[in-house]
Write a new protein. Structure first.
Length: 435
């Protein structure tokens, strides 16, 4: 009997890519992938632990599936840090550094020879150059490293992912070439901190990697994922020059977390608000239309009203079009757990600040979006939406919903913006051109 496998993925782009790889590996050995969990002989959950609510959601999901008699492989960040509480019948654990062994694990489950220690052993694993199955026809996700060298006091992911391990540049290039040969038009580079690539060997090699990617023949765009400010500073002039290349999406994801130097020090973030301003001002001076994305933690222990005002003022200055907000929650085993006991902030205060930040971000987005009404911009259509709607991105990675009765998926075209909403634009084609 051929096994039916159901996949469920939570969390970051790197997790999405790891699930693509696991799907490719199970398909390669002749197993079926089902879209219906009721038909599944085995359910693979690729987990995330960045936020406590997400982790709790996954735990409840596991409980419900086990009650239904399902066999589950739990992959991703949860297994290594939750080994003791996850020892249940029909629940099998796979470390985030053991993705390549997914088919061996399935075989061991079938043979009833599962050895937990074997699949929870941490190792350096290169997650590129592997078969993968993606839901995205035109997007190729490539992880360039795993882990980090940071010591953020609130972060639990660094315990799950381990120290920085940068993948060989040559293998990344070959993986990207394979994606492009398979029809990808967007290459997403992802890791815990892209700017630290190569720093496990004391070097900052991201600019060199990107330059070599640009040399690959063909029309495609590169989307560079999250980069921590302290490492961006080390390569700032080179990075800005690379962003000017036509193959680079003008999209900068710079997680600032707080605008207060006092709080950044408690977070152990290794940069200051002045560093953030230097980076953003220099990028905007040379690339004015660049899209800025950031992350903010609301209510970090010790954050008094003055600290919060500094965060609000910094957000006003950098004007991020994308803002990922997280209300602080204690992660067991982190330094911030101790800080939370010393500097308690009431939930009511955190919620008030979160609402203030959300309202500010809406104002920023509305102001940015208004300037696009009636404009004609060039976009690439990379996804199908509902009905006659397609999803597209412009040079600055702005999201545009394009209304068209024609099949325009995979096309580059000009659209006229007919309507603006807070987080995306709505346009109609005025010119079609196949890429």
């Amino acid at each position: 009997m051929i096994l039916e496998i159901f996949f469920e993925t939570y969390g970051c782009t790197a997790n999405q890519n790891s699930s693509e790889i696991m799907k490719g590996l199970v398909k390669q050995v002749g197993l079926n992938i089902t879209q219906n969990e009721d038909f599944a002989d085995l359910i693979i959950i690729n987990s995330c632990i960045v936020k406590e609510p997400t982790q709790e959601k996954i735990r409840k999901r596991i409980q419900d599936l086990l009650k239904k008699g399902k066999k589950i492989i739990l992959a991703g960040c949860m297994p290594r840090l939750n080994k003791r509480i996850l020892q249940k019948e029909n629940l099998y654990l796979l470390d985030t550094s053991q993705i390549k062994n997914i088919t061996d694990l399935i075989q061991d489950i079938q043979n009833k020879t599962y050895d937990e220690d074997k699949y929870l052993k941490q190792r350096n694993e290169i997650k590129i150059g592997l078969p993968k199955i993606s839901n995205e026809k035109f997007i190729g996700i490539n992880q360039i490293s795993e882990g980090c060298l940071g010591g953020c006091s609130y972060c639990i992911v660094r315990f799950a992912k381990g120290k920085l391990f940068s993948y060989p540049k040559e293998e990344i290039i070959e993986s990207i070439k394979e994606d492009l040969q398979s029809g990808a038009k967007e290459i997403w580079l992802t890791s815990q901190d892209n700017a630290s690539y190569g720093n496990d060997n004391g070097e900052y090699l991201l600019p060199e990697l990107i330059r070599e990617i640009f040399q690959i023949p063909g029309k495609f765009r590169v989307r560079l994922g999250m980069m921590n400010p302290n490492n961006v500073l080390r390569i700032l002039p080179e990075l800005i020059e690379l962003y000017k290349n036509e193959k680079m999406f003008k999209f900068l994801h710079l997680p600032i977390q707080s605008g207060s130097n006092k709080i950044l020090k408690l977070m152990n973030r290794e940069y200051t608000r002045e560093d953030v301003l230097k980076i953003v001002r220099e990028f905007k001076r040379q690339i004015p239309e660049i899209t800025i994305a950031t992350d903010i933690i609301v209510g970090f222990p010790g954050e008094i009203e003055d600290d919060w005002k500094e965060t609000i003022n910094l957000v006003k200055e950098i004007n991020p079009e994308i803002l990922n907000r997280s209300n602080f929650c204690v992660r067991q085993g982190t330094e911030a757990e101790k800080l939370a006991r010393e500097f308690f902030i009431p939930a009511e205060t955190i919620n008030q600040r979160a609402t203030e930040l959300m309202n500010l971000h809406l104002e920023i987005c509305n102001e940015i979006q208004k300037s696009f009404l009636g404009k004609e911009i060039k976009v690439f259509v990379d996804k199908k939406g509902f009905g006659t709607t397609y999803l597209a991105r412009d040079d600055n990675y702005k999201l545009v919903a394009v209304q068209s009765k024609e099949k325009i998926l995979g096309k580059s075209l000009k659209v006229k913006i007919k309507k603006v909403l807070v987080h995306y634009l709505i346009g109609e084609p005025v010119e079609h051109r196949q890429i």
